[in-house]
Design a binder for this molecule. Structure first.
Ligand code: DAH
Length: 364
């Protein structure tokens, strides 16, 4: 019996060690340890051997079984490792995984496009503070003390001691707050960091006012509903020089409307009222669907774009610019509004622009 077992062991081990594949190994396992395997059969014969030889035979059977199992396990591991190591480390012919590519937010795209258009006719993109003094946002723009925009239901005020001259601190509700700041680059360059303080240079810049500002910034108002977000964007144009007229404003508006919305579109101005321009206008653009004839979208052929006007002499004065010598025009429009009008999209809820909803954003 013992000899038979040792023979099974030797045969099993030599076959296992020579095995070439995991499938072959599995066959060997069945051949020796399976239900009708050689070792299993030998174990069944245990019943027939004399009682005094049983303990010794049992020990040898267990020993042989363990050693066959261990050898199988080791060989299995060895074959698996070979399988891994023979695989090429990098298969350069394998098709790659395309990385997910994002794109600019549609508001950023619009800001860049608008900037390029105005740059081409000499406007310079500037930035002015979004955390602003009342003086620049309201008072210097001719807003009376009791104007409703000053209500804290309209504008976000910052809890800080007001300045004697410049008043409260607030989050700017419009980009018009950059108008007087821009004029100060000429009239009070000492207020603007990096500007000349030398008296001679000062005199020279005041005598040569030539502003073509494009101020694009975030604006803030206490509003949140389907057509308003508390933070939004405006772009503000300001031109101040000698002999600037309404015709220049009209030409600039037309140029922008044609460049941004398309050659076939037209701009028109209608009388309106703003505190800081006189005369003031509301600017309309001919409807892109009916091209001005009137349709279901626009009703009368025109869509409202935003405000504009000739800079009020008081505002020039507050900016330190001589209203007898210089005139100017200004306009200020919402980026979200113009981009929606360009894309021809009517958002049921404008807040989706800032909800980080990729399904929405990826469309643009
Ligand atoms: N600041 C105005 C607003 O937010 C828009 C505006 C109107 C700007 C007329 C201008 C302008 O420069 O001339 O409603």
């Amino acid at each position: 019996m013992k000899e038979k077992l040792l023979q099974i062991k030797n045969t099993a081990l030599s076959l296992i060690i020579d095995a070439k594949s995991l499938a072959e190994l599995e066959e060997l396992r069945l051949q020796f340890l399976g239900r009708n395997g050689t070792l299993t059969e030998a174990m069944k014969e245990m019943k027939t051997i004399p009682a005094d030889q049983k303990p010794e035979a049992g020990r040898v059977v267990n020993e042989v079984k363990t050693i066959i199992e261990d050898t199988l396990k080791n060989k299995q591991q060895e074959l698996k490792e070979i399988k891994v190591s023979t695989r090429p480390a990098l298969d350069v012919t394998e098709p790659g995984i395309r990385p997910a590519l994002g794109h600019l937010h549609l508001v950023t795209q619009a800001i860049r496009e608008i900037t390029t258009i105005f740059n081409s006719i000499g406007f310079k993109r500037v930035r002015h503070p979004e955390i602003e003094w009342d003086w620049y946002a309201f008072t210097s723009l001719n807003f009376p003390d009791n104007h409703p925009a000053r209500d804290d239901w309209e504008t976000f005020f910052i809890q800080q001691k007001p300045d004697n001259k410049k008043g409260s601190v607030l989050l700017t509700p419009h980009t018009s707050s950059g108008q007087v700041r821009e004029m100060e680059k000429y009239s009070h360059p000492e207020l603007v960091s990096g500007s000349p303080t030398n008296k001679k240079i000062l005199k020279q810049v005041q005598d040569d006012v030539n502003i073509r500002m494009l101020n694009i910034a975030k604006c803030y108002r206490r509003q949140s509903d389907v057509s308003h977000t508390p933070t939004f964007h405006q772009f503000e144009g300001l031109v101040v020089a000698e002999d600037v007229s309404i015709a220049d404003l009209k030409g600039t508006l037309d140029f922008f409307v044609k460049s941004y919305f398309g050659e076939q579109r037209k701009a028109r101005i209608r009388p309106y009222h703003f505190q800081f321009t006189e005369p003031s206008f509301e600017v309309d653009i001919s409807c892109g669907v009916c091209l001005g004839k009137g349709c279901r979208l626009c009703k009368e052929g025109w869509l409202e774009l935003g405000g504009a006007g000739m800079v009020h002499p008081n505002v020039l004065k507050y900016g330190g610019v001589d209203p007898e010598k210089y005139t100017g025009f200004a306009f200020g429009w919402g980026i979200e509004r113009v981009l929606m009008m360009k894309e021809g999209v009517k958002l049921d809820d404008i807040r989706v622009l800032y909800a980080n909803d990729l399904d929405f954003l990826q469309q643009f």
